[in-house]
Design a binder for this molecule. Structure first.
Ligand code: NAD
Length: 390
């Protein structure tokens, strides 16, 4: 028995058998119809029921959540469709601010949104623009541009952006004269939005995936006023500015997202210079902006609190490998976090499937946020801590 409801442009089919929570962990559907696997239990045999293109399934149901593997499935095997819950962003256009290589969360989000069918525009920090564009042109990112059907995802346009400046009048002389900015034009927030409007008219999805804190390696108590305000300007106000300027051209019912970190609400030594404060501001702003953008244009505003990833920005902070190890050792789910998992969550949040989710902080961190203690502490050595079954 299957019932089908239509939510906006998405068809939601509900039928038996139900997908269990363990199956859901291993199957994220990105487009097309769904393949429903049935696992006897965690760690045992997996039976596959029905298929259609693009889906993500765990490599096997020997539930080893090391890495999700994406699998393209042929059209012809779609006869036994059981259930469908696709993330379908076809016809939607996304602007992702904060993409300058293929290692970070911005890239992973762009790729997942593209996989779901969205058209992708990106905003790239001006000093990183040349190298990003030339790497794209030279095919350096081709491997990570590959979608599930083997095609390469396209970025419709790369916009130079410095989200610290709202208008050309805000740009100081030394920045104007800086050779890293020479040659690039119209890169303040207001100008970027005007260019997007001229080129494409409107967007549906806005993603803020950028942060900068010049004194990040300093203790908060040793941070200068200038450094603190710079962290908030680049990492928090930049989001308000982007949303403020984009709001008139985001289609009603659209979605906006940012990236935050648990240091906003728990003490993470080493994440200094006001960066923890900037993330706290970003999360608070997410709630207020959700109200304002929701009331004005039914636009949803959420933030993803992501676990540690060895991106360029994170490497610059200097202790990312330690944080990755710490998470692996202490989180409820013991595996390395894959940027794609954040990308897929972003695609879900941007889609009508998340139509009632706004003003939320969504954790994508293998559950580390839920821990009250680090279980690798020697004080727990005699405690009965469940071991991962292989
Ligand atoms: N990597 C992690 O462990 C982690 C964890 C939680 C949250 N986050 C957040 O994810 C987001 C993306 O960071 P990432 O770690 O993927 O690194 P990243 O290096 O891929 O992304 C940061 C981007 O910000 C851009 N940027 C910096 N200043 C800018 C400015 N003034 N204007 C425009 N762009 C600017 C950089 O060029 C870079 O592309 C950030 O908000 C970060 O705080 C990262």
């Amino acid at each position: 028995m299957a019932t089908t409801t239509s939510v906006s442009n998405i068809s939601v089919a509900m039928s038996r058998p139900r997908v269990t929570s363990s199956q859901k962990l291993g199957s994220v559907i990105l487009g097309g119809r769904v393949k429903v696997g049935s696992c006897d239990k965690l760690g045992s045999v997996c039976h596959v029921a029905s298929v259609k293109p693009f889906q993500q399934v765990s490599p096997s149901c020997n539930v080893k959540f090391d890495k999700f593997v994406t699998k393209a499935v042929s059209e012809s095997s779609s006869n036994n469709q059981v259930a469908g819950l696709p993330i379908d962003l076809r016809g939607k256009r996304a602007f992702i601010a904060g993409v300058a290589d293929d290692n970070g969360y911005g890239w992973a989000i762009a790729k997942s949104l593209a996989q779901a069918g969205a058209e992708i525009l990106v905003g790239t920090w001006v000093p990183a623009l040349n190298i990003f564009e030339s790497s794209l042109r030279r095919g350096k990112f081709d491997e990570s541009r590959k979608l599930q059907d083997g095609s390469l995802f396209e970025i419709a346009k790369v916009y130079p952006l410095d989200a610290v400046y709202d208008t050309p009048e805000d740009v100081p002389e030394d920045v104007k004269a800086n050779k890293r900015y020479a040659g690039a034009k119209n890169w303040t927030v207001k100008e970027v939005v005007e260019s997007v409007k001229n080129d494409f008219g409107t967007i549906d999805i806005l993603v803020h995936s950028l942060a900068n804190g010049p004194e990040v390696s300093k203790l908060l108590s040793e941070t200068s006023r200038k450094g603190y305000l710079a962290a908030l300007s680049a990492s928090s106000y930049s989001y308000i500015s982007l949303l403020k300027h984009f709001l008139p051209i985001i289609n009603p019912g659209g979605a906006s997202l940012s990236l935050t970190y648990i240091a906003s609400e728990r003490i993470i030594p080493g994440y200094g210079g006001g960066m923890s404060s900037a993330k706290a501001a970003l999360e608070s702003d997410t709630r207020v902006l959700a109200f304002e953008a929701g009331r004005k244009k039914r636009i949803r505003v959420n933030t993803i609190s992501a676990g540690p990833l060895g991106s360029r920005a994170a490497k610059a902070i200097g202790f990312i490998d330690t944080m990755i190890d710490y998470s692996y050792t202490n989180a409820p789910i013991q595996k390395e976090l894959n940027a794609e998992e954040v990308g897929n969550t972003a695609a879900f949040l941007a889609s009508p499937l998340a139509s009632a989710i706004t003003g939320a902080v969504i954790y994508v961190d293998n559950g580390l946020n839920a821990m009250g203690v680090g279980v690798d502490s020697p004080v727990f050595k005699d405690l009965n801590i469940p071991k991962q079954e292989h």
